[in-house]
Design a binder for this molecule. Structure first.
Ligand SMILES: [Fe+2]
Length: 352
């Protein structure tokens, strides 16, 4: 018997609460029987992936294995805090997080249990998994540059370092420093170019910023489309989702005014999974982790969210229009290790 349950986020809008309650009322896979529950195998997933579509791949897993998936959604930061608070009484079996910075945080806090299998070693490329075997990448995302061609000469914007060019004075917009996506980008540049060059890049880029720092990638993208900003940096899937009309028709119209520039090579990050330290359904959690890391699982997670699977590229027409990307080769583990240093440099450069 298949059933997926949702637990409300710690903080949520009234709309979100309503939709979660609806999801909880109409459980997937039919009517729940108490007898079945007594014998059913289950796995409890704490997920920082805020995508409703993930339940489709859990459903497929449940249909194939008979293992029930119970989903608890919280945002990245509160998920780690929640796990710390719950300690050994936590119900989590499998933990899903996005971005190297959060993975590093969870691993350092001792929230993940080491596990290694031939299957995971084969499915997850080395650069996308923890050398200490505490987490494994499942989907990939690219930090891209977006530009409004009526505001900037896009032929001059090819890579992250170009955002420091004085010709972009007053035209660069950035998300706030406390967001992990940019922390990982700065960590990436630190690994690639060293401290001196990274400081120079940050100083130049920050001196080109004139707008207040943004709270999210989507609000930043809207401002680029509206010409309030000339250029910005966002995760690629936000623009893809806007173009697909997932956020409504007005965002679709706005996204059409944006040029997506994928630096070559590009900074690539992941969403990833690991066993919870106090997992009770360990066998089931391993089975789900291995399934999500498989080509079918990774594509199933990445497809509806416009991420890229672990290997190859997303297959939607929108992603094809963005063009393929080449990773700059910095590993997710290196990003995590350089996170604190990156935050320090961002702060010193005046990144708010
Ligand atoms: Fe995101």
């Amino acid at each position: 018997m298949v059933r997926i349950r949702f637990e409300p986020k710690l903080m949520m809008s009234r709309y979100r609460l309503k939709s979660l309650l609806i999801a909880a009322t109409f459980s997937i896979g039919g009517i729940f029987s108490p007898l079945a529950s007594a014998i059913a195998r289950e796995v409890r997933v704490y997920s920082g992936r805020h995508y409703n579509t993930d339940k489709l791949i859990y459903k497929r897993f449940s249909e194939e294995t008979g293992i029930k998936v119970r989903l608890f959604e919280t945002t990245g930061l509160s998920l780690v805090e929640r796990l710390k608070r719950e300690g050994s009484s936590s119900k989590a079996d499998l933990i899903l997080l996005v971005d190297a910075a959060r993975l590093n945080n969870a691993a350092n806090a001792g929230l993940l249990r080491k596990y290694r299998s031939e299957k995971l070693d084969n499915e997850v490329p080395k650069e996308y998994r923890d050398p200490k075997h505490r987490w494994y990448g499942l989907t990939r995302r690219v930090r891209v540059i977006i530009a409004n061609p009526s505001k900037v000469d896009i032929s001059k914007v090819r890579t992250y370092s170009d955002l420091a060019n004085p010709s972009l004075k007053g035209k660069v917009c950035l998300r706030k420093r406390n967001n992990v996506y940019n922390q990982s980008l700065v960590a990436d540049q630190l690994v690639l170019n060293g401290k001196k060059a990274t400081v120079k890049w940050l100083d130049g880029m920050i001196s080109n910023v004139s707008q207040p720092y943004f709270a999210g990638d989507i609000s930043l993208a809207r401002s680029v489309a509206q010409g309030v900003c000339g250029v910005g940096i966002v995760n690629h899937y936000y623009i893809a989702r806007m173009l697909a009309g997932i956020n409504g028709s007005s965002d679709r119209k706005l996204a059409r005014k944006i040029d997506v520039i994928t630096p070559n090579p590009a900074h690539v990050n992941v969403s990833a999974g690991g066993l919870a330290k106090y997992s009770k359904n360990t066998k089931e959690a391993i089975q789900l982790l291995e399934y999500l890391a498989s080509p079918e699982g990774s594509r199933g997670l990445a497809g509806p969210t416009f991420e890229h699977p672990l290997r190859g590229y997303g297959e939607s027409e929108i992603l094809k229009r963005f063009g393929n990307f080449n990773s700059d080769g910095v590993t997710i583990s290196q990003l995590g290790l350089n996170n604190a240093k990156a935050i320090r440099l961002m702060s010193q450069s005046g990144w708010q």
